[in-house]
Design a protein around this ligand. Structure first.
Ligand code: NAI
Ligand code: 15L
Length: 274
């Protein structure tokens, strides 16, 4: 099925969900040159709009509100939602219903391209001794990882059925610098994240592409050759932070942080109700 995309046409009106979050605040700045209009949305009010910006407060769990928010956009950067492991009931509305609402609105309003902030936690149960590519079966490490896995399934379905193209970025750890030994492998700099998003917006054909969001780190567990068509060339590396990170005590040999791609997430929960 052909894509109904006008994502690469100019002017480019871009919706950014999760705009009040850690990555949203960064992307609001770094993506300015690539958008004719940035519509910034979150359940928490983002900072007041500047030039070529709009602000929309919206709960992703509210289907009608999401539908209105998406209207008039050329592309969606879907970064909103719960970003850590939480009980299923807390993840259901923002992440599972919310991502479905985004794709339904994209279909209704003919938005042809989505960049989805997926996560390494869709494959978190692989061991750090294993290297995988995007065809490896998913092994979510919790309810949060399951919600991102469902988001990737939505991306495949909405491409196969409606031609809406998606770049799912399985972000490793995107922070100013790696915070621990695991992140020496999983770190994604803000500049490299921005490059990935721009590659996703510009690619002539995307289908549903899955890419592992990591910088050019020396010891990695993820193979991005299946996403070579993006032309992603990471410019940063965790190596310059190694000495600082290695001042931290070594985790025990059986610590999940030292064993699994998903690190500590694999051992969170269960969240018993009393
Ligand atoms: P964050 O938690 O700082 O930002 C998420 C934003 O989503 C928050 O501003 C929050 O208010 C908003 N949100 C939560 N529930 C909502 C709802 N019901 N309706 C509308 N907005 C809602 O997380 P961060 O680090 O900025 O991550 C952004 C995205 O990237 C998330 O989807 C996260 O899962 C994903 N990601 C981030 C990684 C990282 O290393 N920072 C790694 C892997 C994935
Ligand atoms: C994620 O998916 C989280 O959103 C982020 O806060 C980090 O925990 C990251 O994964 C990680 O695995 O380091």
């Amino acid at each position: 099925m052909t894509a109904s995309s006008n994502a690469t046409a100019s002017p480019r009106r871009i919706l950014l969900t999760g705009a009040a979050g850690g990555l949203g605040k960064v992307l609001r700045q770094t993506l300015k040159p690539y958008a004719s209009l940035l519509r910034l949305s979150d359940i928490v009010e983002p900072q007041a709009p500047g030039e070529n910006e709009e602000v929309v407060v919206c709960d992703l769990a509210d289907k009608a509100a999401v539908d209105q928010m998406v209207k008039g956009m050329d592309a969606i950067l879907h970064f909103g939602g719960v970003s850590v492991e939480r009980p299923f009931e807390e993840i259901l509305g923002p992440n599972i219903s919310g991502t479905y609402h985004i794709y339904e609105a994209a279909r209704r309003h003919k938005v042809g391209r989505v960049i989805f902030a997926s996560s390494n936690h869709v494959i978190g149960f692989y061991k750090q001794t294993e290297t995988i590519d995007a065809l490896a079966p998913r092994r979510p490490d919790g309810y949060y990882g399951l919600s991102k896995s469902y988001g990737e399934d939505l991306a495949t379905f909405y491409f196969d059925r409606y031609g809406i193209e998606t770049l799912s970025i399985r972000i490793g750890s995107s922070f100013p610098e790696p915070q621990n030994r695991r992140m020496l492998s999983t770190w994604l700099s803000y500049d490299d994240l921005t490059q990935l998003i721009v590659k996703g917006l510009d690619a002539p054909e995307l289908g549903h592409t899955v890419v592992f969001g990591m910088s050019d780190n020396p010891h990695v567990w993820w193979d991005n050759r299946l996403a070579a068509h993006l032309g992603y060339e990471p410019q940063d590396s965790s190596e310059r932070f190694r000495a600082k990170v290695e001042e931290q005590p070594q985790p025990a040999a059986d610590d999940p942080a030292a064993l699994y791609h998903g690190g500590a997430f694999v051992a969170q929960g269960p969240f018993e109700e009393v």
